[in-house]
Design a binder for this molecule. Sequence first.
Ligand code: PMP
Length: 407
Amino acid sequence: MTTTSPDWSARYAPRMANVKASEIRELLKLLDQPDILSFAGGIPDPGLFPTSEIKAAYDGVLADPAVAAQALQYSVSEGYLPLREWLVERMAAAGVACDASNIMITAGSQQALDLLGKMLIGPGTSVMVARPTYLGALQAFTPYQPSYLDLPDGALAQGFDAQTLKTRLGQHPIGYFVPDFANPTGESLTLAEREALLDLAEAADMTLIEDAAYRDLRFEGEALPTLLALDIARAGSIEQARTLYCGTFSKTVSPALRLGWVCGPKAVIDKLVLLKQGCDLHVSTINQIAAHRAVSQGFEQHLSLLRNAYGAKAQAILGSLARHMPQGVTWSKPQGGMFVWIWLPEHIDGAALLERAIAEERVAFVPGAPFFAEVKATNAIRLSYSLPTAAEIEDGVARLARLIARS
Ligand code: PMP
């Protein structure tokens, strides 16, 4: 008997049309080789994990039979109430007056992006993003079949034509932004740009998704208000706000806990809870309870440790770039987060450079092109400074600069 295997491509739902692996994934697989100096992974430095605090938290949870029984059981989709109440306090400190009904715990902020996409994006819904933007957000939104638009150049600095914008965006558009230390650029929106973005959102009746993944990692300058806080100042209360805020413990505690949250109007959170139920019921109960115990003590102290460590690495990479990069190369100057964005001379393609960088200099990074949603640019790369030591940064940047100089 002969059997024919199914033609899967004919069976996928229409929403799969644009779900494709990017070719850089193949290249990035090569990075497992131990002699490669990598600026590729935008992941926390494991040396900064609060391991003993996390151990104490899990030990404490499991040592008490009543707590253990709760921690190992199913729980509510909204998330563990004491953790949500702790987040209410943190949001208040960031200028967002809310209560626990405004917060849902998610499996990292990545799940928040997926659930918000599911809730808000249908075929053809306009999604406006920065140029470049976070690739993971594009991956979360794309299956819901949006139509991507870049934030027009100069729209936040020089103003915009509201009528043209409205026509381009259509009904109920979404704006997705990372105002603090963005992935991939490391750049932040100034206060004036945040206000201009809210003006634009009001003019186009746009829902804003604020991704605050790196917000707590500021190592230089003064904190700026979140979009949600500025929105509430205009709208009167969180219930009237148009901004949905996504936070995460991935960069400050540990990404493996898979703990993030969404903060927004109660009506929106209630709908998200229904989607969360259909998706995975709830975030791991024991992780939520242990994380709550871990962050309840000394969190600010832990944050200042992280800020000092990433600040020192940022200083190292900015110094190395200034020392080694040839003319025609420019880069961002992050005040927080984990990334520097490099613009190469126009004739250099970031993906082609990566291939040569691995082969010739044993150094790696992420090419810039996949981070563009609408109009692509290829002459850019992203460097993450979170993992290498200062000495490795100096060595790696020198090697990369050498390659660029001869490209
Ligand atoms: N947003 C941004 C901007 C990110 O860089 C990341 C992590 N790469 C995420 C969201 C998702 O992180 P997590 O799901 O671990 O919270």
